[in-house]
Structure formats: structure tokens, C-alpha cells
Write a protein that binds this ligand. Structure first.
Ligand code: ARG
Length: 231
């Protein structure tokens, strides 16, 4: 198909950072999720097998993983930003998101101002980390966690007062953890994109964009959405 290039014959190597449920997470010895299903469509289109490479988000968003050839494409619930566009090439947007605030369900925090003097957890290298640094009151301690699971657990156990991450993953978390709640959303107007090496794989990007567009128009996207987010 077209000029799509892959680093390993017969394989679409996909960089992501686990767990990021419901976009990518381990289940029964496999990695599953919304992004995994989308990448399966791309792999199928190219007659390849998807192979997932789990690596810290910091290196995915900085371009390190893609530009040093660790993977062909990144699918990690990753927001398209101008800064990242300088180091990696994004597909068309495939999902809308905003930042949101995770708290214990009995907490009374509903804004960043309410957290004055408290500790907010964020995930390393994410837009949520940047949002907290830019918008939290000066006396808030912003603490970075390596992954989403560690961040959510720290809120649940009361080790920190609140956490900031994307709305989709936090709503998913509170469903299974009713002692936590999403207190508010911050309306950051983000869009997720898949990404390839900078100026390095227009062929793969084209196929990916076509797969996104086709899935949206033929109902496959809605099916995948329902599977992971419900109605
Ligand atoms: N959307 C946010 C960002 O792009 C968070 C993504 C985190 N993804 C992950 N797989 N851990 O910064």
C-alpha cells in the first residue's frame, strides 16, 4: 500500500504507554483498548500484524521513540499540540478530550483555587502536567507520576488531594472506583492524533488518515467507541 514504511517486516510497531484505560491497557495477557482497535484497522489495511511497544509517555511525546526508530507509529491518547508538531507528524484528529480533576468522592474541591495549599498529581510529559503548572495557584504542589495508574491510586489512597488527567480515562476510572469522582472539567479543547516520525513516513500517515475517515463514515468508529465507552 502506497509508500508506508515499517521498521520490522510484516509488523506495525506501535508505541504507547500503558496503562491508559480505555485507550490501551492490559487485559487477560493482551493489550486492548480503543487505540489498539484503531491501530488494528491500520495494520489490517497494510496486511501487517500490530505489535505494541510499551514505553514512557515522555519519550513518545518528545519524539524520541519515533525518531530513533523504536516504533512506526504512536497511539497513546496523545493530544495534538503545536510544540509536539515540531518534532513528530500527527494524523488527522480522531478523538476529543479535555483535562479533568479527579478527587475522592467525599472531597469538596471543585476548582483549582479550592486546592490552594494542597498537592495535585499529574502524569509526566502530559498536557495535564502542563495545564496544572500553568493554572494551579502558586501554593499548590504539583507532583508528577510516571503513569496514570500510579496517579489515580495516589488520589484514591489520599496520598495526594487531587489529580489532573484527560476526561475519558478519569471517567472510566471513577466507574470502577466509586470512592473517587470527577469534580470538574477544564475545557482545554484537545484532540488526539496518531503520530509518526517527523518528515519520515507520509505513506503511513496517509493510510492512517484514510482509515480514520473510512471508520468514521462506515460505522466502524462508532462500534469501537461503544465497545470502550458504552452508549
Ligand atoms: N492526552 C494527554 C497528552 O497528550 C495524555 C496522554 C497520556 N497517554 C498515555 N498513554 N499515557 O499529553
Amino acid at each position: 500500500e502506497g509508500g508506508a514504511k515499517v521498521i520490522k517486516e510484516g509488523t506495525l510497531t506501535v508505541c504507547t504507554h500503558l496503562p491508559y484505560k480505555p485507550f490501551q491497557f492490559p487485559q487477560g495477557g493482551e493489550t486492548v483498548g480503543f487505540d489498539v482497535d484503531m491501530m488494528d484497522l491500520v495494520a489490517k489495511k497494510l496486511d501487517l500484524e500490530q505489535e505494541i511497544f510499551d514505553t514512557p509517555f515522555e519519550g513518545i511525546q518528545s519524539g524520541e521513540s519515533l525518531n530513533t526508530g523504536k516504533c512506526d507509529i504512536a497511539a497513546a491518547g496523545m493530544t495534538i499540540t503545536d510544540e509536539r508538531k515540531r518534532v513528530i507528524d500527527f494524523s488527522d484528529p480522531y478523538f476529543d478530550a479535555t483535562q479533568a480533576l479527579l478527587v475522592k468522592s467525599d472531597a469538596s474541591y471543585s476548582s483549582l483555587e479550592d486546592l490552594s495549599g494542597k498537592t495535585i498529581g499529574v502524569q509526566e510529559g502530559t498536557t495535564g502536567e502542563q495545564y496544572a503548572k500553568d493554572n494551579a495557584p502558586d501554593d499548590v504542589e504539583v507532583r508528577s507520576f510516571e503513569d496514570l495508574a500510579l496517579l489515580c491510586a495516589a488520589v484514591k489512597t489520599g496520598q495526594i488531594d487531587a489529580g489532573i488527567n484527560d476526561n475519558g480515562v478519569l471517567y472510566d476510572y471513577v466507574k470502577e472506583n466509586p470512592d473517587t469522582a470527577v469534580a470538574t472539567e477544564f475545557d482545554t479543547g484537545e484532540q488526539y492524533g496518531f503520530a509518526v516520525k517527523k518528515d519520515g513516513n507520509d505513506g503511513l500517515l496517509e493510510v492512517t488518515n484514510k482509515v480514520i475517515a473510512d471508520a468514521k463514515s462506515d460505522g466502524t468508529y462508532d462500534e469501537i467507541y461503544k465497545k470502550w465507552f458504552g452508549d
